[in-house]
Design a protein around this ligand. Structure first.
Ligand code: CP
Ligand code: NVA
Length: 310
């Protein structure tokens, strides 16, 4: 049975640990495995802008011995209305895997439903699971390994309804983290995602908490995370978001309320002075450049793991 990675909980807790351990191994030696030797092609399809994801998947596929086939969907027939399922049937005859950044989760579900090769979510409106794999890897790298993830507290401040918040809830619960999301009214996580995260956390010893009070979220947290207040596709709502989000900025005060050795994460791109101050983003507790590098290692591990099961 071909395995896909469409949302964070497509990996069980044990499987997530396997991928994270392999990711740390790839970080130590970038060429330990070459499952795409041939080279076999991996389709990298982008409906939205990207720097990190495009680079890390391109470099990662090449380092796995494969050929990264970059498709800008604006110049493919997808843009002109060719069904997603037909696109999947064409790609899966020639590519070992399909990586897609798109809008609605239902679109990547449709791609996976018709694909005989693994489909990987490179960001949708609802989830950004590859990013959270890299984030978990970063915490493991800096704070005691994969085995030390369970029980740590991650506080996320900002848009609780976006892809990063949802992926922190699902991926964090899978890792046994205590995930706290602080967001303004009207920007809370999707209820079904929250319920799934609660169910997963009940099995891993983690927990999830959603609050309107950023002080409740950050108190003693081991990891402080945020993301842009205006995700791709929400640009027209930027003005309405500016004021309600101000109390949710990650700054010196929120960092001081977290654990003394707290790590700061941001998936990037960051908007200094909005969701995070320059002082914190560029400060000594920020791990954002390791986090960005770890996209490469985590995705190589994920692709290797999926290809071994395809
Ligand atoms: N963090 C992230 O996914 O960055 P890009 O949008 O640049 O790919
Ligand atoms: N939430 C952001 C993440 C960008 C990597 C967005 O969707 O634009």
């Amino acid at each position: 049975m071909v395995r896909h990675f469409l949302r964070d909980d497509d990996l069980s807790p044990r499987e997530q640990r396997e991928v994270l351990e392999l990711a740390l191994a790839f970080r130590d030696d970038r060429f330990i495995r070459t499952p795409l030797a041939g080279p076999r092609a991996v389709a990298l399809v982008f409906d939205k802008h990207s720097t990190r994801t495009r680079v890390s998947f391109s470099v990662g596929v090449a380092e796995l011995g494969g050929y990264p086939l970059l498709l800008d969907s604006g110049t493919s027939q997808l843009e002109r209305g060719e069904p997603i399922e037909d696109t999947a049937r064409v790609l899966d005859r020639q590519c070992a895997a399909i990586v897609w950044r798109t809008s609605a989760q239902s679109r990547i579900d449709a791609m996976a439903s018709a694909s005989g090769v693994p489909v990987v979510n490179a960001l949708t409106d609802e989830f950004h699971p590859c990013q959270v794999l890299a984030d978990l890897m970063t915490v493991a790298q800096l704070r005691g390994g994969v085995g030390a993830l369970a029980g740590k507290t991650l506080a996320y401040l900002g848009d609780g309804a976006n892809n990063m918040a949802h992926s922190y809830l699902l991926g964090g619960a899978t890792a046994g983290l205590h995930v706290r999301v602080a967001a303004p009214a009207g920007y809370l996580p999707d209820a079904a995602v929250l319920a799934d995260a609660e169910r997963i956390a009940a099995g891993t010893g983690g927990s999830v908490l959603v609050t309107h009070d950023p002080a409740v979220a950050v108190a003693g947290a081991d990891v402080l995370a945020t993301d842009t207040w205006v995700s791709m596709g929400h640009e027209t709502t930027a003005d309405a978001r500016a004021e309600p989000f101000v109390p949710f900025q990650v700054n010196a005060a929120s960092l001081a309320a977290a654990a003394p050795d707290a790590i700061v994460l941001h998936c990037l791109p960051a908007y200094r002075g909005k969701e995070i101050t320059a002082e914190v983003l560029d400060g000594p507790q920020s791990a954002v450049w390791d986090e960005a590098e770890n996209r490469l290692h985590a995705q190589k591990a994920l692709l290797t793991w999926l290809l071994e099961r395809a």
